[in-house]
Design a protein around this ligand. Structure first.
Ligand code: ATP
Ligand code: MG
Length: 319
């Protein structure tokens, strides 16, 4: 639950700054506050999304003051204020405009059914909401009909049941869903799975996927122009970081008579950079390779005569 005091204090702060803006208050202190537009981002206070959310901001070049055990903090080098919250509360905060943007799992966002717009998939916190049953049971057609299903995601589960015309009893519990079959609470569970090891340890097997999920950046639907500009600035940095992670910088040496074959294998950002080596008849070729095709391309480059291949991570990629 969002603490009412915490919520009201953010609301009050927002009210004051809007009041100051309308009446052009001339007090120096107030002015400084108004002039510096800040973007407010809500991220998980602790838990599975915390480390990746903080790392992402760091990789975007945003330094945060003192993040340990804080309710909120600010950045010294980007107009960003960070609120640390339970992930369940983030969609509500973003819908209400208490936070302008937030990082949250799609599973939570869709379960809460709040008005927040997804602006970027972030590629971490990947998991799926799945149905699982006792490992020794056979999963036959209509298995779910009339069963008891334990979950922390009643809305998403109900939607799945309706879409598939299944009538089942939903038992909402807030945690440790995987023990429900073992204690006789339900025959089926609907829970988040990533590796599947928790299900395995509890004698369960996955039978249906209800939702594929990952962390997303969401924004309030009615941001003003200044805040939208800040969101776009941040988004530009996030995309550069994501792109860099998906690509590697590659350097190799090749005999000049093999260069055309090697160029065909290396699309690069525009075209490869070629520098002559001190040794006559050889060149050094530099390019960028996407992670998806990386190993396959390395094999082909070697076969085409490339030698001394170096692969270097890219920090940011601005295209
Ligand atoms: P909070 O205290 O903030 O409410 P929580 O216990 O509800 O935290 P976590 O377990 O920290 O949540 O998970 C946060 C998010 O991480 C999930 O909502 C989901 O989007 C993602 N996630 C990725 N893999 C898993 C997984 N195997 N189990 C649970 N969540 C996962
Ligand atoms: Mg939660």
């Amino acid at each position: 639950m969002v603490s009412p005091n915490f919520y009201l204090s953010f609301r009050a702060q927002r009210g004051i700054s809007q009041f100051c803006k309308v009446w052009d208050v001339s007090l120096d202190m107030a002015k400084t506050k108004i002039m510096i537009q800040q973007l407010r981002i809500a991220i998980q206070k602790s838990g599975r999304l915390y480390d990746d959310s903080i790392s992402l901001l760091k990789e975007c070049g945003i330094d945060l003051r003192n993040v340990k055990d804080r309710l909120k903090t600010e950045s010294d080098n980007f107009p960003l204020e960070v609120f640390f919250l339970r992930d369940d509360d983030i969609p509500q905060y973003v819908e209400d405009g208490v936070a302008d943007i937030g990082i949250v799992g799609q599973n939570v966002l869709y379960e809460k059914r709040k008005e927040a717009e997804i602006i970027e998939e972030l590629g971490f916190g990947k998991c799926r909401l799945a149905l699982a049953i006792n490992r020794n049971e056979e999963y036959v057609a209509n298995y779910l009909q009339g069963k008891r299903i334990a979950t922390s995601y009643p809305a998403l589960l109900q939607k799945y049941l309706d879409e598939n015309k299944i009538t089942a009893e939903i038992h909402e519990i807030s945690g440790s869903v995987e023990i429900a079959p073992g204690i006789g609470l339900a025959e089926v569970i609907c829970d988040l799975v990533s590796s599947g090891s928790t299900l395995f340890m509890n004698g369960l097997k996955e039978v249906e996927t209800i939702l594929e999920s990952q962390a997303v950046l969401v924004r309030n639907k009615s941001l003003d122009k200044e805040h939208l500009e800040l969101v776009n600035k941040l988004l530009f940095r996030i995309r550069s970081v994501k792109k860099a992670k998906r690509n590697k910088y590659i350097l190799l040496n090749a005999p000049n008579d093999q260069l055309s074959k090697i160029f065909e294998l290396l699309p690069g950002m525009k075209s490869p950079t070629v520098l002559p080596l001190a040794e006559e008849g050889w060149s050094s070729v530099h390019s960028v390779l996407s992670e998806d095709e990386f190993w396959e391309k390395i094999e082909q480059l070697k076969a085409a005569g490339a030698q001394g291949i170096l692969v270097v991570p890219i920090e940011k990629m601005i295209v």
